[in-house]
Design a protein around this ligand. Structure first.
Ligand code: FES
Ligand code: FES
Length: 158
């Protein structure tokens, strides 16, 4: 059964009507116009749809929309700097050449954000572990790991 839910997205109050099989990705993309979150497989395999709910990286294609009631959701749009400039993680991805077609990038960036919030100085192995659920068909992952390390340094230097 559908019902009205209230939550916060990127720091702002939001509402939606959701229930049954409604998915978080549809509330974000279609309901709120936050199309930075991408849908690849729609089955929890590729990570393109990764967003953060209450500090945890989740697949928005699988996450039931009704369960965000009362929660805090962060999407890639929420990581930009002032005046819509690139935030530090986004900038690191661009500077390291970790963005090619870009389809995986929002999900990679959100998994990176969740990782660095909990572990500001991860090893390469911890970075690779944190990104296991994010598939990239373009880069071979080397530049992505480098970007995460650069973002980690930038975060620690702040
Ligand atoms: S679109 Fe959600 S994991 Fe692939
Ligand atoms: S940059 Fe193309 S899928 Fe990752």
């Amino acid at each position: 059964m559908k019902r009205e839910i209230s939550f916060r997205v990127n720091g702002a109050e939001a509402t939606a009507v959701a229930g049954g099989g409604d998915r978080l990705i549809d509330v974000l993309r279609e309901g709120l116009g936050l199309t930075g979150t991408k849908e690849g497989c729609g089955e929890g395999e590729c990570g393109a749809c990764t967003v953060i709910v209450d500090g945890r990286a989740v697949n928005a294609c699988l996450y039931p929309a009704a369960e965000i009631d009362g929660r805090e959701v962060t999407t890639v749009e929420g990581l930009t700097g002032p005046d819509s400039t690139l935030g530090p993680i986004q900038r690191a991805f661009v500077e390291c050449g970790a963005v090619q077609c870009g389809f995986c990038t929002p999900g990679m960036i959100m998994s990176t954000k969740a990782l660095l919030d909990g572990n500001p100085d991860p090893s390469d192995e911890e970075v690779r572990d944190a990104l296991l659920g994010n598939l990239c068909r373009c880069t071979g992952y080397v530049q992505i790991v480098e970007a995460v390390r650069r973002a980690a340094v930038a975060g620690r230097d702040r």
